[in-house]
Write a protein that binds this ligand. Structure first.
Ligand SMILES: [Zn+2]
Ligand SMILES: [Zn+2]
Length: 133
C-alpha cells in the first residue's frame, strides 16, 4: 500500500488478524448507549468515529451481524472472527459512511465524541438525521 505517509489513522483488532488504515479525518464522532451497542461491545457504550467508506482501507477477514434499529434501519457490525474485537459498523440508510470503534485505533488521542446517542433516559438525539438535510 502506498498510502502510508498520508494516513490519518490506523488500527487493528486484538489479535492483529484485521488491520485498517484511514486516509482522512472523520466526518463525525459519537458514542452510543443503545441496548444493541451495549450488547455488542459488552460495555456501557460504543465510541465510534465515522468515516467516508472510501477513506477506510481494511485488510483481513471480518465476520458480521446485522440488527434492526428503533428507526427501522439496519446496522451491521463487523468483528474479528478470531479474537472477537468489534471494529466497524455500517448502516443500510447512510451507505457511504463506515464507523470505526475508537478503541481499536492505534492512536485515539484525537477522538472527541460530538454526539451522545441514547444517553441515559433522555430522548434520543438522532444526529445522523439532523445533519442529513
Ligand atoms: Zn482479531
Ligand atoms: Zn447504539
Amino acid at each position: 500500500m502506498t498510502l502510508e505517509k498520508n494516513n490519518f489513522a490506523s488500527g487493528q483488532c486484538l489479535c492483529g488478524n484485521v488491520k485498517y488504515t484511514v486516509i482522512s479525518p472523520p466526518v463525525r464522532m459519537g458514542q452510543c448507549h443503545c441496548d444493541d451497542c451495549r450488547k455488542s461491545t459488552g460495555t456501557e457504550h460504543s465510541s465510534n468515529a465515522f468515516f467516508k467508506k472510501d477513506d477506510v482501507v481494511i485488510e483481513g477477514e471480518t465476520n458480521n451481524f446485522s440488527s434492526n434499529t428503533d428507526t427501522g434501519s439496519k446496522i451491521t457490525r463487523y468483528f474479528c472472527p478470531k479474537c472477537g474485537s468489534r471494529l466497524f459498523g455500517t448502516s443500510n440508510v447512510v451507505t457511504n459512511v463506515i464507523s470505526v470503534s475508537a478503541g481499536t485505533l492505534d492512536d485515539s488521542s484525537w477522538f472527541k465524541p460530538e454526539a451522545i446517542v441514547y444517553n441515559k433516559r433522555k430522548p434520543k438525539w438522532d444526529f445522523i438525521d439532523k445533519n442529513r438535510g
